[in-house]
Write a protein of this length. Structure first.
Length: 109
Protein backbone atom coordinates (compact mmCIF):
# COMPACT_ATOMS: atom_id res chain seq x y z
CA UNK A 1 0.00 0.00 0.00
CA UNK A 2 1.16 3.54 -0.70
CA UNK A 3 1.13 6.48 1.68
CA UNK A 4 -1.88 8.73 0.98
CA UNK A 5 0.20 11.83 1.74
CA UNK A 6 3.65 11.03 0.30
CA UNK A 7 2.00 9.09 -2.58
CA UNK A 8 5.22 7.45 -3.79
CA UNK A 9 6.22 5.89 -0.46
CA UNK A 10 5.28 2.29 0.44
CA UNK A 11 3.79 1.75 3.88
CA UNK A 12 5.62 -0.65 6.20
CA UNK A 13 4.01 -2.96 8.73
CA UNK A 14 4.39 -2.24 12.44
CA UNK A 15 2.97 -4.51 15.14
CA UNK A 16 1.83 -3.36 18.56
CA UNK A 17 0.19 -5.76 21.01
CA UNK A 18 -0.50 -8.23 18.21
CA UNK A 19 -2.18 -5.67 15.94
CA UNK A 20 -0.37 -4.83 12.72
CA UNK A 21 -0.82 -1.34 11.32
CA UNK A 22 0.82 0.27 8.30
CA UNK A 23 3.18 3.20 8.75
CA UNK A 24 4.91 5.57 6.35
CA UNK A 25 8.66 5.63 7.00
CA UNK A 26 8.92 9.11 5.47
CA UNK A 27 6.12 11.18 7.05
CA UNK A 28 5.28 8.99 10.05
CA UNK A 29 1.60 8.70 9.14
CA UNK A 30 -0.26 5.54 10.17
CA UNK A 31 -3.01 3.56 8.44
CA UNK A 32 -5.46 1.73 10.69
CA UNK A 33 -7.90 -0.78 9.24
CA UNK A 34 -11.39 -0.57 10.73
CA UNK A 35 -11.40 -1.18 14.52
CA UNK A 36 -7.58 -1.28 14.84
CA UNK A 37 -7.23 2.20 16.32
CA UNK A 38 -10.02 1.55 18.83
CA UNK A 39 -8.38 -1.69 19.93
CA UNK A 40 -5.00 0.01 20.32
CA UNK A 41 -6.36 3.01 22.22
CA UNK A 42 -7.43 0.61 24.97
CA UNK A 43 -3.71 -0.20 25.46
CA UNK A 44 -1.44 1.55 27.91
CA UNK A 45 -0.04 4.74 26.29
CA UNK A 46 3.54 3.52 26.77
CA UNK A 47 2.76 0.53 24.49
CA UNK A 48 1.89 2.97 21.70
CA UNK A 49 4.98 5.18 21.98
CA UNK A 50 6.78 3.44 19.09
CA UNK A 51 3.88 4.44 16.79
CA UNK A 52 3.48 7.95 18.20
CA UNK A 53 6.63 9.28 16.52
CA UNK A 54 6.55 11.86 13.82
CA UNK A 55 5.68 15.49 13.83
CA UNK A 56 2.71 17.35 12.56
CA UNK A 57 3.16 18.91 9.13
CA UNK A 58 0.53 21.50 8.19
CA UNK A 59 1.11 20.95 4.46
CA UNK A 60 0.14 17.27 4.63
CA UNK A 61 -2.56 17.77 7.25
CA UNK A 62 -4.40 20.32 5.10
CA UNK A 63 -5.42 17.81 2.41
CA UNK A 64 -7.14 14.45 2.32
CA UNK A 65 -5.44 11.73 0.32
CA UNK A 66 -6.62 8.56 -1.34
CA UNK A 67 -7.29 5.50 0.79
CA UNK A 68 -4.27 3.20 0.65
CA UNK A 69 -6.59 0.18 0.78
CA UNK A 70 -9.09 0.95 -2.02
CA UNK A 71 -8.10 4.36 -3.48
CA UNK A 72 -11.35 6.09 -2.43
CA UNK A 73 -11.08 9.81 -1.65
CA UNK A 74 -10.82 10.05 2.15
CA UNK A 75 -12.89 12.46 4.23
CA UNK A 76 -11.36 14.78 6.82
CA UNK A 77 -13.13 14.68 10.20
CA UNK A 78 -12.43 15.92 13.72
CA UNK A 79 -11.44 13.25 16.21
CA UNK A 80 -14.17 12.53 18.76
CA UNK A 81 -11.44 11.92 21.35
CA UNK A 82 -9.65 15.24 20.71
CA UNK A 83 -11.47 17.69 18.37
CA UNK A 84 -8.28 19.66 17.63
CA UNK A 85 -6.97 16.62 15.70
CA UNK A 86 -8.23 16.19 12.13
CA UNK A 87 -8.07 12.61 10.85
CA UNK A 88 -8.90 11.12 7.45
CA UNK A 89 -11.32 8.25 7.08
CA UNK A 90 -12.29 6.15 4.10
CA UNK A 91 -16.05 6.10 3.46
CA UNK A 92 -15.75 2.73 1.70
CA UNK A 93 -13.57 0.51 3.92
CA UNK A 94 -13.89 2.70 7.06
CA UNK A 95 -10.13 2.68 7.63
CA UNK A 96 -8.47 5.64 9.32
CA UNK A 97 -5.33 7.64 8.54
CA UNK A 98 -3.42 9.64 11.15
CA UNK A 99 -0.74 12.02 9.92
CA UNK A 100 2.65 11.95 11.63
CA UNK A 101 2.36 13.17 15.22
CA UNK A 102 -1.42 12.87 15.44
CA UNK A 103 -1.39 9.61 17.41
CA UNK A 104 0.85 11.31 19.97
CA UNK A 105 -1.65 14.17 20.23
CA UNK A 106 -4.51 11.72 20.76
CA UNK A 107 -2.57 10.07 23.60
CA UNK A 108 -2.06 13.32 25.51
CA UNK A 109 -4.56 14.01 28.33
Amino acid sequence: MKCPKCEDQQLAGAAVRGIEVDRCPRCGGIWFDVKELGALMASHPSDLKPLARGKNDDSTDARAGLCPRDQSRMIRVRSARKPTVIVETCPTCRGLWLDGGELGELLLP
